[in-house]
Ligand binder design. Structure first.
Ligand code: 4NP
Length: 156
């Protein structure tokens, strides 16, 4: 079993979208591959909240239901529980590096490294912008989810 944690700042826009996108791809294309996905935020602003309604609407248009997810903050035990911790942007990555307990074996990487063809490492924060930002989050997390699933299948 491989455990994957997607991390952004608030855990209401980017990382729950990544979790939902990855789960849909995994269910459709590799349901027998043993992988578990979760998401969390580096901040505690939205703990307990469902994903942002704009993220939920954009995901639903692609057949992905995020309504059951609830935001939580990253905790130090995540670094032992998860094999892969994937940051939505490099600010999230730096915050995670600061939280990481010494001796943690988890692989901590920018999520978009799994889609090198994009030529970028950050999923832009859509929170203060318009609809297009939420579509872009779906596009980028879809590309990286495909790369991640391929990588996990090669490792299995
Ligand atoms: P996320 O987006 O990190 O993709 O969940 C944000 C959500 C909330 C805030 C910032 C980013 N906020 O400042 O409340």
């Amino acid at each position: 079993m491989t455990r994957v944690l997607f991390v952004c700042l608030g855990n209401i826009c980017r990382s729950p979208t990544a979790e939902g996108v990855f789960r849909q791809l995994h269910d459709r294309e590799a349901p027998s591959l043993e992988v578990e996905a979760d998401s969390a935020g580096t901040a505690d602003y939205h703990v307990g909240d469902p994903p942002d309604p704009r993220s939920q609407r954009a995901a639903l248009r692609r057949g992905i239901d995020l309504s059951g997810l609830r935001a939580r903050q990253v905790k130090s035990t995540d670094f032992a529980r998860f094999d892969l911790i994937l940051a939505m942007d490099r600010a999230n990555l730096r915050d995670l590096q600061a939280l990481r307990p010494s001796g943690s074996a988890a692989l901590l990487r920018p999520f978009l490294e799994f889609a090198p063809q994009l030529g970028r490492l950050d999923v832009p924060d859509p929170y203060y912008g318009g609809e297009a930002g939420f579509e872009q989050v779906l596009d980028l997390t879809t590309a990286a989810s495909r790369g991640l699933l391929d990588w996990l299948q090669q490792r299995a």
